[in-house]
Design a protein around this ligand. Sequence first.
Ligand code: ZN
Length: 452
Amino acid sequence: MSADNTITKTVWQYSEPLPEETMEFLKGIALDCCKVKNYVYRKYSGIRNLDNLTPVYSILNEMRHCGLREQLNLPAVYYELAIADAVTNIKCSWGTVKNKVGECISANENLSDDDRKYLRTVLKMGGVYAAILNRQEYEMPRNAARLDIDVKRLNNLLCRLTRRYLTQPRTERADSFRISPNGYSYKDGAMRIVCRVPRKRIPIPLKDNRTFDRQIQVHIRQNDVMLAVPLESRVKKHEDYAGTIYVHIGSQNMFTLSNGHIYGPALEDLINPETERLARKNRERRRMYNAYAQSTESGNVHKAEKIAANNLGKSKYDRQKEKEKLRTTTFINAEINRMIREEKPARIVVTKLVTRNRTKIYAKSANRKLTRNFHGYIRQRLAYKCSVHSIEFVEIHAGGTGNICSACGAEGKRQGREFVCEGCGLHTTTALNMAKNIQQKCERSTLDKKQD
Ligand SMILES: [Zn+2]
């Protein structure tokens, strides 16, 4: 990785609470953008347009003249980004189709090596693939010219497989939209955005004074908006970072390293009181809701209204929940940073996230479930920070890192958080034993590779 690499990171900015007519305006824009996207999906996600998706300019040009923008009275600063987003999604779903077709080709035992080589070659060449799907003439790719194959049969197979996996994207999400830089400006602590009336702008007062000059995603909430701004940040290269750390991601302590160091100590204790509070709150709400339903049923409208007004509001509950969540994510990020700063690794190894049978995972207590909810977040942040600091991030399969004793290799016993091996007498924590097993598994496999 070169030193002048950049990665995109999202920063968030919040608005003050907004008046109802502003909220209605924003929702209207979001709804229209949703309509534009679905129009693009209907018109351009089929095989006939596969070869016209890049550059996006030709579709933009067609869309400028199709009359939809005028019909919706949607300003161009919203209209064009909705189109661009939809085209990106169509390309993305074509990528998925190609992957699935590729998998079928690999798994199909009726194909010879030459057959597979041909299919993989044309699948990679957008223009040729599109021509085959549309039954058009095309020039045989050079490295497929000498293959011993039945081209017609293979092309038919390709069409069939594509038809099987190609679906038309569709969106019902009308709670966000993107706005281009020429669609907004700043004045008196507010962002002023283009509206449907020419030369008029709608003020969105902001909670801080930061200003930006790029495409911004506007997320509509109950009575305010959240702005997602993509910012480029430079990748840092640390000459003094060396060696590998092996990390077990746990429920009690966030990270346990094979060298015994712990980061994010007692993460569980930070999350648990909150979990209990939420459970209590939920029980209470259920009780009030039942009372409300009963009153409504028995015709006691006055009582029902009173309950609804005083006890069934969600905004305070949501606010508290959000505040707790922010406290936890701040802690997680600070501890990941501390680990990177103190360990100075060139490489970080963790185990892959295993998604087992759903019923098994959710049968456990609510406490464990909530820590688990953060596991995905922790991994995502760790991977992201690795890319910021040019640290190699490696995920290995967890197999054999659970019950094996890291000292002697015999099967040990887990007793809650403790790990005990009757073979050699090792007594340690389950987390540390696993971290050490990750290290050994990793070192064994590099050794195997060297011997090959
Ligand atoms: Zn042992």
